[in-house]
Design a protein around this ligand. Structure first.
Ligand code: MSP
Length: 521
């Protein structure tokens, strides 16, 4: 298989279905959607996986508390909450995996059997604290007066005969891996944390539970179910055909897709992804993911926003007011990816008005109105402006470098700075003044052409972030009929000036970002 045909493969965590999604979950998934849309527009073949983590005590307890079976509970939440929320946010995933699906469960069992045959699994006894919220066996340093530091809830004391994975055996190899491939765990603060954890002495991992049965049975010991994290981490590989014969559909998919290029995770689940998961792959002699990127938390009142602390905000609470695209834009624009950030209605309203409604939306509607008024609604003849063209070339190159490196804020800033330049250009050129004297018609046409071209480029560059709004703008420019669908526009060619053909008709579309006070509350 040639390197060219390998897909850019990105995953989000698979989410626990103990509740409906909140904006913390949406933050990760939107970031994944923006990044995969960006790579698609770079002309790459892309595979974007998300899904749900359905086994374990947390989901079992929640289903019980709601008087249903865990399977019914998961089916309901996936169909009525998770999938509809992703669709409302315009998430274009290629596959949605559920850990209760046979395609996953069978491959997990086969994988585990393989590890046992290779001597990586042994029987032992686990005794110690367990946090059901984290679904994690805890170390003394993870606790604060007997409570989990993440959830603030008391831990359970577990004492069980379990199957263990020889995690400790892989510590030297993992340290070597991060020394040789620092890009495999980012940002640097996350990598340092992982290295410190590895150096502090890692113990073997209990990978089965015997006190409940909501999980994948251990194939050789049916009284035990596989530990939910061991089951869950494997989704990234089972979803693309892990362990299938090389010439089968699954085997071919695996060759095209694995290893993952980016696992996007929140910083709270870093250790699972940067320690346990690569060790599992090392044990199975499979290639390691190229990058685990740990983003920060959305905070409310200085703490991680979460449903269990009753601080969860549903995406619809925000999108009902600001619209879906402003939601997608805001968090990536306002918070450096990798740092924590506080959500504030005031900050979001301020950015909505200044950056989206004024800088971008108004620019587009003024341009369309002027072309309608001064040019009979037809894009004027091709023109050039060296400064604007150079600014676009720089902005698109910066944006590409930043976004590919998961610096969404840097990438969006580069694009929005260009948007400001275009506004500056219109203000300086004063087309409404030129329009007063018919002898200036050529100059007026040139200003309007240059502005339209700049807006064409802005629409293409912002499409991964704001797909619906930019599509509306694209058809207002008449570009869907002349240049084809906006999603097919190449990032690599966006700075080539002169793509909008003269004579194509513009139409006044819906206001891209309506004034907030005009909305009924
Ligand atoms: N099921 C596990 C993941 C298994 S992946 C093999 C899990 N699920 S989760 O639903 O609890 O969280 C999933 C993701 O949502 C994590 O990356 C987590 O960091 C993220 N977030 C949950 N709350 C968040 C915030 N308040 N802010 C940002 N991200 C947050 O963990």
């Amino acid at each position: 298989m040639s390197a060219e045909s390998k897909s850019f493969y990105l995953t989000t965590p698979i989410y626990y279905v103990n509740d409906a999604p909140h904006i913390g979950h949406a933050y990760t998934t939107v970031a994944g959607d923006v990044l995969t849309r960006w790579h698609r527009q770079r002309g790459e073949s892309v595979w974007f996986l998300t899904g749900t983590d359905e086994h374990g005590q947390k989901v079992l307890n929640t289903a019980g508390a709601n008087g249903t079976s865990p399977q019914e509970w998961c089916d309901r939440l996936v169909e009525e909450a998770w999938k509809p929320v992703w669709s409302s946010l315009n998430i274009a995933y290629d596959d949605f995996i559920r850990t209760t699906e046979p395609r996953h469960m069978e491959r997990v069992q086969r994988f585990l059997t393989g590890l046992k045959e290779q001597g990586h699994i042994y029987a032992g006894k686990y005794e110690g604290p367990y946090c059901v919220g984290c679904e994690e066996f805890k170390l003394p340093g993870d606790l604060d007066e007997g409570r989990c530091k993440v959830h603030g809830t008391p831990v359970e004391m577990v004492s069980e005969e379990n199957w263990f994975f020889r995690l400790s055996a892989f510590v030297p190899q993992l340290l070597e891996h991060y020394k040789d491939h620092p890009e495999a765990c980012e940002p640097a603060s996350a990598r340092n944390e992982v290295i410190a954890f590895l150096e502090s002495g890692v113990q073997d991992l209990s990978i089965s539970r015997s006190s409940f049965d909501w999980g994948i049975p251990v194939p050789w010991d049916l009284k035990q179910v596989i530990y939910v994290w061991f089951d869950a981490l494997l989704n990234y590989a089972t979803a693309v055909g892990l362990g299938d014969p090389v010439d089968s559909e699954g085997g071919k998919k695996f060759a095209r897709t694995w290893p993952a290029d980016v696992h996007l995770v929140g910083k709270d689940i870093l250790r699972f992804h940067a320690v346990i998961w690569p060790a599992m792959l090392m044990a199975a002699e499979l290639p390691l993911p190229k990058k685990v990127f740990a983003h920060g938390w959305l905070l409310v009142g200085g703490e991680k926003m979460s449903k269990s602390k009753l601080t969860g905000i549903a995406p619809a609470d925000i999108t009902d007011h600001f619209g879906v695209d402003a939601f997608r834009y805001y968090f990536l624009r306002a918070i450096p990816f990798g740092s924590d950030g506080s959500f504030s209605w005031e900050d979001m309203a301020a950015r909505y008005t200044s950056e989206l409604a004024n800088d971008f939306g108004n620019l587009a509607s003024r341009l369309i109105a002027m072309i309608e008024k001064y040019c009979d609604g037809a894009i004027p003849a091709l023109a050039h402006d060296a400064t604007l063209e150079a600014a676009l070339a720089t902005a698109s190159a910066h944006a590409d470098t930043a976004i590919v490196a998961l610096d969404f804020q840097g990438g969006i800033n580069a694009i929005m700075d260009f948007c400001k330049r275009v506004n500056g250009y219109v203000t300086e050129q004063e087309p409404w003044v030129l329009a007063k004297d018919p002898s200036n018609k050529a100059a007026l046409d040139a200003v309007l052409y240059n502005t339209a071209e700049a807006i064409r480029a802005l629409a293409v560059l912002l499409h991964p972030v704001m797909p619906a709004t930019t599509e509306t703008l694209w058809s207002s420019l008449g570009a869907d009929l002349t240049l084809g669908p906006i999603g097919a526009q190449s990032i690599g060619k966006v700075a080539q000036w002169g793509q909008l053909p003269a004579g194509s008709k513009v139409t006044k579309g819906a206001v891209l970002f309506p004034r907030l006070e005009e909305k009924a509350d």
